[in-house]
Design a protein around this ligand. Structure first.
Ligand code: C2E
Ligand code: MG
Ligand code: MG
Ligand code: MG
Length: 277
């Protein structure tokens, strides 16, 4: 995540260097405590299938169940976790808790997507860990989608490609998240066994008053379909965006209009429910 790291770089060169370093250290200590005290929880955000207007899949989003951090986006602490290797431990918790949700839910048609960081995927034994966890919890790999961003493909390219191929072979779906915001290369779409492309919310947000963004969204949807893949648009906040995406032939939408990320139990109540607009 180059963009976020450069924000950290700017901070280190700031006059308030000492203060910001202290903040960072405090957060690191808090992150370590959170692991010990089991403060990480999973929220789920539904995705709506635009064909039948039903919810059958969700995205797992990390939340820090601590008064100081509950309202904060994981973006604020994931970067730090990634820099400090804590991300592997946190990632394991996300996997464990998401698999438990699936185990308890029993319905095998449900699918939950998990966000995976570069450091996690390149970790030795990562693919096997997922396969074994699925077996242990009696869930099918097809119930799990792995969301990776384009950034993952820049670092240690060959290992990542190999891991993604093994994940796909094991039956997990591969989703390319935040498409179009990183170091996009169309080559990835050709060389990688990707199932789903997620259009970043920034393009959706800009679509209403920017014809260029609309053209980009339209083209991404067409490209996805030409490649035989599925497309999800994220960050849908209003009816106009929904209507536009329907016209453009988008497959799934995700966003506050459907639901914010909420505790798993609450989100799962929406499973297979039709949403009327
Ligand atoms: P992401 O994977 O692209 O997740 C989508 C983000 O957009 C989520 O933010 C979600 O709450 C937010 N979002 C969804 N619908 C809307 C909408 O209609 N409007 C707006 N403005 N935002 C919307 P969140 O939960 O704060 O997560 C931010 C990022 O943190 C995620 O982006 C992902 O990159 C990372 N992340 C979250 N959970 C995990 C995790 O378990 N592991 C890892 N490695 N990264 C995670
Ligand atoms: Mg995601
Ligand atoms: Mg995204
Ligand atoms: Mg993102």
């Amino acid at each position: 995540r180059a963009k976020k790291s450069s924000i950290y770089d700017i901070i280190t060169y700031d006059d308030n260097l000492k203060l910001f370093l202290t903040n960072r250290e405090i957060m690191l200590k808090d992150l370590n405590n959170a692991l010990v005290n089991d403060e990480f929880i999973i929220f789920l955000q539904p995705k709506l299938d635009l064909r039948d207007k039903r919810i059958k899949s969700f995205e797992a989003l990390l939340r820090w169940n601590n008064p100081k951090y509950l309202k904060r986006s994981p973006e604020e602490y994931i970067t730090l976790a990634e820099e400090s290797d804590l991300i592997v431990k946190i990632g394991d918790i996300v996997i464990e808790k998401t698999f438990e949700i699936l185990k308890d839910y029993k319905n095998k048609n449900i699918n939950i997507a998990i966000n995976i960081s570069p450091k996690q995927i390149i970790e030795q034994g990562f693919v096997n860990k997922l396969i074994l966890a699925a077996r242990k919890n009696e869930i099918e790999p097809s119930q799990i989608s792995i969301e990776v961003t384009e950034t993952i493909l820049v670092e240690t390219f060959d290992i990542v490609i190999e891991k993604i191929k093994s994940l796909k072979k094991a039956g997990f779906s591969i989703h390319l998240d935040d498409f179009g915001t990183g170091y996009s290369s169309l080559k990835y779409l050709k060389d990688l066994p990707i199932d789903v492309i997620k259009i970043d919310k920034q393009f959706i947000k800009d679509m209403s008053d920017d014809l260029k963004s609309e053209a980009i969204v339209k083209t991404m949807i067409q490209l996805t379909h030409e490649l035989g893949l599925t497309v999800v648009a994220e960050g849908i906040e209003n009816k106009q965006e929904l209507e536009k995406l329907k016209i453009l032939g988008c497959d799934y939408i995700q966003g506050y209009l459907i639901s914010k990320p909420v505790i798993a139990k609450e989100a799962l109540l929406k499973y297979n429910k039709t949403i009327k607009f």
